[in-house]
Ligand binder design. Structure first.
Ligand SMILES: Nc1nc2c(c(=O)[nH]1)N[C@H]1C(S)=C(S)[C@@H](COP(=O)(O)O)O[C@H]1N2
Ligand SMILES: [Mo]
Length: 164
């Protein structure tokens, strides 16, 4: 994919598209190296959600953040407040773009996530292949698996897909 971009928009003052270079150029205070220390197996380097929010400037009244992965039509919508300080966007692995096999080119990751479908903010919201983050007052689309059966079916499908 030639220079993939992550769009951050919705109810914000300054909708922005971020490339790998744009993310790498964010302030050192925005950068977090090696997220494997927080339990993301494949690791990678990230920028803080707060840095993205500073850039796009959510309008007053924004309460939800929705993660869209067009690649496999996966979507998760989570309340902004509990993830504001814990949200990370993983974009780099060993000095290059995050590969598809690690959920790249952009992967959302929430520190201290809850077990799958035990909370609004759960591991399932660690959306891979994110191409679009949308801020809104109301909850957005969400097709995370809602029970064990749906969850297992999703993971079986992922194995079947092979490349992930
Ligand atoms: N795009 C996308 N992101 C996704 C999923 C998915 O099917 N598609 N599955 C979610 C679920 S249910 C879980 S538990 C985690 C699994 O992350 P892992 O593949 O790194 O173990 O990814 C989440 N992110
Ligand atoms: Mo999950």
């Amino acid at each position: 994919m030639p220079d993939p971009k992550l769009t951050v928009d919705g109810e914000v003052e300054n909708p922005t598209q971020f490339s790998y270079d744009d993310l790498a150029a964010l302030d050192p205070a925005a950068q977090v190296s090696d997220v494997s220390k927080w339990g993301l197996q494949r690791g990678g380097d990230a920028v803080r959600l707060t840095a993205l929010l500073e850039r796009v400037r959510p309008k007053p009244g924004v309460k939800y953040l929705t993660l869209h992965a067009a690649a496999d039509d996966f979507h998760a919508s989570v309340p902004l407040e509990p993830i504001r300080e814990r949200g990370l966007l993983v974009y780099r692995l060993v000095g290059g773009p995050l590969p598809l096999s690690a959920g790249g080119p952009f992967r959302f990751f929430i520190r201290d996530f809850a077990a799958c479908h035990t909370d609004e903010v759960d591991e399932c919201a660690n959306v891979k292949f994110v191409n679009h983050i949308e801020l809104s007052a109301q909850r957005g689309p969400d097709n995370r698996p809602s029970d064990d059966e749906a969850h297992e079916a999703l993971h079986r499908g992922e194995e079947g897909a092979g490349s992930r």
